[in-house]
Design a protein around this ligand. Structure first.
Ligand code: UTP
Length: 524
């Protein structure tokens, strides 16, 4: 340890407070802190901080004048496409998958502070009848998609799954997949890598100590992806495998259609190097980023960056002018990823700043948990590379089919385990109805197809209010159906007593129906 050199470095960068407790540390702690500090690039960090504070000054500035709507030729939607077009996109996407040209890239390095569990979000079980976690659902969707692609192309194929973790999630994620035998996927096709961290900084520009021997560090945002791709040679690995299309997504969307062939087929048809899935904004004031153009470049603009007047603008057909709500579901070609991951491009992505309550060591050497924000975290965002895209595509999907994120604990009103569970079970209920099944009570009397809305139930207008809970308990294993397809043979004309689970088994190609399952898993 060259402590004198470190000391002088810290002095040069006005960060000497990081060694305040040095003399009181034992040898191991000194070594730990030294190793952490040795890797920090103080000059860069101070530069980021300066820029961040400048950005904070302009946080309320609006950019309405710079906004341009998306050109219609880059847009497409599920509802605006004919069944033939959707079938063709699906065919193109499956062809890519079948030829081993598709990979999925999961952003799973976040700390999940709002959900507040001490393990990675992907390991969360939202309380489905099957008790499957987000990771298990995702693994099974991949397995099923590989089988569907094989059916179309006749070729055995693999969709490599790249998972970006961080110091906070790597070990637990690794252990979890091992414990579950990779959910039937090949171990070598699940590639974990780690994103970088950045120190949290007080409003005075001083890096915060979380502990006497530990700097307060946080992941550098999901846009830390590009740096991490470089560091871990991930793009070389993709190239070796022949991957040319990459689907990037967030861990917390329970409805995510991984490597969605329709989305891939659409982006390829548009010859896009970069694409985004979007959902229509519900109301002008919904706090969601919108995909649009800013001064000629594609960008996601946060709700806070525009005025309500701009958010309320409408086209002739009544739709909001800026209505493409970003759901962090992106398509990239390998060439595009290679380009934007170069140092030159990556350095141009700015850090977004968030004021946070950051625990720190107080004067009495105890940890203080502040009640007000005392510093900032800096993060890059994955979608900021849209700026570099020349050929872009936006694919609008139905929110109820594709987007239900897990952000908060059940004490919150939205994006909770409950809303995620309900979204998935309601989608699967629709899959079963579409496949031709009917739902009945255990005495044989029929259940209406559409559950009562809460309001009708409260006002007493709804006769069937007792059925709502049952409707919300229809689950289809992803091993049986990726997106509602292939259920007709099993379900058409069937009268089912909910709760119903469609599972794979007894063999791994024969699905079966489990009806009227009680809370403890037994069948009545
Ligand atoms: P969020 O911004 O919702 O953050 O991440 P989070 O960590 O899940 O939750 P909070 O804000 O702490 O409550 C959106 C997606 O980006 C990933 C997350 O894992 C999630 O899939 N992410 C976020 C990263 O991969 N790295 C990061 O540094 C931040």
């Amino acid at each position: 340890m060259d402590i004198d050199f470190l000391k002088s470095q810290l002095e040069d960068h006005d960060q000497s407070q990081l060694l305040w407790y040095w003399e009181s540390l034992d040898k191991d702690s000194q070594e730990k802190l030294y190793n952490e500090l040795k890797h920090l690039e103080f000059s860069n960090i101070n530069g980021y901080f300066k820029q961040a504070m400048e950005d904070l000054k302009h946080a309320s500035d609006k950019i309405d004048n710079l906004l341009q709507p998306l050109p219609t030729e880059v847009c497409g939607s599920v509802t605006g496409s004919s069944p033939e077009e959707l079938k063709e996109y699906n065919r193109i996407g499956l062809e890519e998958v079948g030829n081993n040209r598709v990979a999925v890239l999961l952003l799973a390095g976040g700390q999940g502070t709002r959900l507040g569990v001490p393990y990675p979000k992907g390991m969360y079980n939202v309380g489905l009848p099957s008790k499957k976690t987000l990771y298990q659902l995702q693994a099974e969707r991949l397995l099923k998609l590989e089988r569907l692609a094989k059916q179309q192309t006749g070729k055995h194929c693999t969709i490599p799954w790249y998972i970006m973790t961080s110091e906070h999630t790597k070990q637990a994620t690794d252990d979890y997949f091992k414990q579950h035998n990779y959910f039937g996927l090949e171990k070598e096709n699940i590639i974990l890598f780690e994103q970088g961290l950045l120190p949290c900084i007080g409003f005075d520009g001083k890096i915060i100590l979380a502990n006497k021997d530990k700097v307060a560090l946080a992941p550098d945002g999901n846009g830390g992806l590009y740096r991490a791709l470089r560091k871990w040679n991930i793009l070389e690995d993709m190239e070796k495998r022949g991957v040319t299309n990459i689907h990037v997504y967030c861990v917390d969307n329970i409805l995510v259609k991984m490597a969605d062939p329709v989305f891939i087929g659409f982006c390829r048809t548009k010859k896009a190097e970069c694409g985004a899935k979007a959902v229509e904004k519900t109301v002008p004031t919904e706090a969601v980023g919108v995909v649009c153009k800013v001064e000629g470049h594609y960008q996601v603009v946060e709700y806070s960056e525009i005025t309500v007047e701009t958010a309320e603008l409408r086209r002739d057909n009544g739709q909001l002018t800026f209505n493409a709500g970003n759901i962090c579901n992106h398509y990239f070609t390998l060439d595009f990823l290679k380009h934007v991951s170069q140092v030159e491009q990556e350095n141009q992505l700015k850090h977004h700043v968030a004021k946070k309550k950051i625990p720190f060591v107080g004067d009495d050497q105890q940890i203080v948990k502040p009640t007000e924000p005392n510093g900032i975290k800096m993060e890059k965002f994955v979608f900021d590379v849209f700026h570099f895209a020349k050929n872009f595509a936006v694919w609008e999907v139905l929110r109820e089919d594709e987007f239900a994120p897990l952000k908060n604990a059940d004490t919150a009103a939205k994006d909770t385990p409950t809303t995620c569970r309900e979204a998935l079970l309601s989608l699967h209920h629709r899959y079963m109805l579409d496949a031709g099944s009917k739902f009945i009570h255990s005495d044989g009397s029929s259940l209406s197809d559409i559950p009562c809305a809460k309001k009708a139930k409260e006002s007493g207008d709804c006769q069937k209010s007792e059925n709502d809970d049952q409707f919300n308990k229809c689950e289809v294993s992803p091993l049986v159906s990726y997106a509602g397809e292939g259920l007709e043979d099993l379900l058409s004309g069937k009268k089912l007593v909910p709760p119903v689970q469609i599972v794979m088994g007894p063999s791994d190609i024969t699905p079966s129906i489990i009806q009227n399952v009680t809370a403890n898993g037994t069948t009545n």
